[in-house]
Design a protein around this ligand. Structure first.
Ligand SMILES: Nc1ncnc2c1ncn2[C@@H]1O[C@H](COP(=O)(O)OP(=O)(O)OP(=O)(O)O)[C@@H](O)[C@H]1O
Ligand SMILES: [Mg+2]
Length: 278
């Protein structure tokens, strides 16, 4: 890692969430949660179905307005801001279902995202496309898709579409990237390669990532820290090993310690094989 980048990873939180809450009718989907995220950190948001993960995620990106609490990002209060304004501040996101324009090439998809970030009109597309091509190719190189830059997205394998999607999210040069179940629908090998790539962006650029994930081997192999929700409450947070040994997590989330230890052991093996930190 480059020394300048290493020193830019400070202890000051990039994202500070305090007393965040949201109800739907009588249901408290998120019930007053607190957590922080620093630059250069990969934070997993886990919990059983209906725990409030997506609701939390959507309050941070502005799709949903919080009923209570605060979301401070880089000194800005995000509660009450529109999704686009939040995106402009440097909060990028990827979607559970990959969203690219199938008729455009790989490079054009990334160029389009760059234009959008620069606030250019799409009518200027032809000229501006040339202007941004080098930058788009540089990003595609980082995600291992440069060689396929001129292929239409419709021809790509699913794992490659997810890589392009990551490049599109990075076109906005975000400080914080929100990833909604990034590896959903992927084969185990593709999953690991996408997460290894994400981890590189986190360490190489000091990017902060908040991701929701159901696959425990992905979480344990790659997350620096985890927060665990159950019925809208934050029941635990800490490093993967602390979470593995947390009695509340074993009880509420996994039912029995035995099952959980099996998952954690498998994840540790994956992590060791990849040389990723446990
Ligand atoms: N738009 C909505 N209208 C009404 N209730 C909702 C809405 N969105 C979520 N809920 C409820 O809020 C609670 C939390 O849902 P949420 O989608 O945040 O859970 P989750 O942790 O993302 O679950 P999953 O793992 O299944 O994706 C659930 O009880 C859900 O039914
Ligand atoms: Mg969800």
């Amino acid at each position: 890692m480059n020394a300048d980048i290493a020193t830019s990873v400070t202890d000051t939180p990039l994202l500070k969430v305090t007393g965040l809450g949201k109800s739907f009718g009588g249901v408290k989907a998120v019930d007053g949660i607190d957590f922080e995220l620093k630059a250069g950190e990969l934070l997993a948001l886990i919990g059983p179905n209906g725990a409030g993960k997506s609701t939390t995620f959507n309050m941070v990106n502005g799709q949903l307005k919080a009923d209570q609490g605060s979301i401070l990002f880089h000194g800005h209060e995000l509660v009450g801001m529109k999704p686009r304004a939040i995106w402009r501040l440097g909060v990028g996101r990827t979607f559970q279902i990959a969203e690219t324009f199938a008729s455009l090439t790989v490079a054009e998809n990334v160029q389009m995202a760059m234009l959008s970030h620069d606030g250019k009109l799409f009518s200027m597309w032809r000229r501006a496309a040339e202007h941004k091509r080098d930058e788009a190719l540089a990003l595609l190189d980082q995600v291992g898709m440069k060689a396929q830059a001129d292929r239409p997205c419709s021809e790509l394998a699913y794992g490659d579409v997810k890589r392009v999607e990551l490049a599109i999210a990075m076109a906005n040069a975000p400080k914080l990237l929100l990833m909604d179940e990034p590896t959903a629908g992927m084969a185990p090998k593709e999953r690991n390669s996408l997460m290894a790539l994400t981890k590189d962006l986190v360490t190489g650029r000091g990017l902060a990532v908040l991701f929701t994930e159901h696959s425990m081997d992905v979480v344990f192999a790659y997350a620096d820290r985890m927060i665990v929700l159950a019925r809208g409450r934050l029941i635990a947070q800490g490093k993967p090993l602390e979470i593995r040994d947390h009695p509340k997590v074993q009880e509420v989330y996994f039912g029995s310690g035995k099952t959980f230890e099996k998952i954690a052991a498998k994840a540790a093996a994956v992590s060791a094989a990849l040389g990723a930190p446990a």
